[in-house]
Design a protein around this ligand. Structure first.
Ligand SMILES: [Zn+2]
Ligand SMILES: [Zn+2]
Length: 148
């Protein structure tokens, strides 16, 4: 399992901004968006542009030190862990969590000769925190049903 993008390849030119971005990503399990990373970087480097953050993310993706997670349809999210694990996303708050895939689904029914290169496993649902908030609403609905 690749842990962090701590040792980028020589093709990756290191700058203080880039080093800070790597620190922000290291061990980060929240699957941040480019916007979130830009906001975090601006705290230390107020002049850093979004393009710098975006381009750095693209370089890290290109050298395989970062994975792009597309489970969130509204924006790309980034993951320093590139071992091909699956993701769960809460449709209420957008929180993404990791899920270890013990056996990826087989491409049963794929046309003969189709070479599978990769597979994304995505789960959508309601996280425990959002589930608690919605819990009260559900209870009232259930009670109404019972009265019928
Ligand atoms: Zn949630
Ligand atoms: Zn992940």
């Amino acid at each position: 399992m690749k842990k962090t993008p701590a040792r980028p390849s020589p093709a990756f030119r290191m700058t203080p901004q880039r080093a800070e971005l790597l620190r922000a990503l290291e061990g980060n399990k929240s699957h941040p968006s480019a916007e979130q990373l830009h906001r975090r970087l601006k705290k230390k480097f107020p002049g850093v542009s979004f393009a710098t953050v975006y381009n750095t993310l693209q370089s890290l993706l290109a050298i395989g030190e970062l994975a792009e997670v597309r489970i969130d349809r509204s924006r790309s999210r980034f993951d320093p862990c590139t071992d091909g694990h699956a993701h769960l996303m809460c449709v209420e708050c957008g929180a993404i969590s990791d899920l270890a895939v013990t056996s990826p689904p087989a491409a049963a029914g794929a046309p003969r000769g189709f070479k599978v290169l990769r597979c994304n496993v995505e789960f959508y649902g309601i996280c425990p925190a959002c589930g608690k908030k919605a819990g009260a609403k559900e209870k009232t609905l259930c009670q109404k049903k019972k009265r019928k």
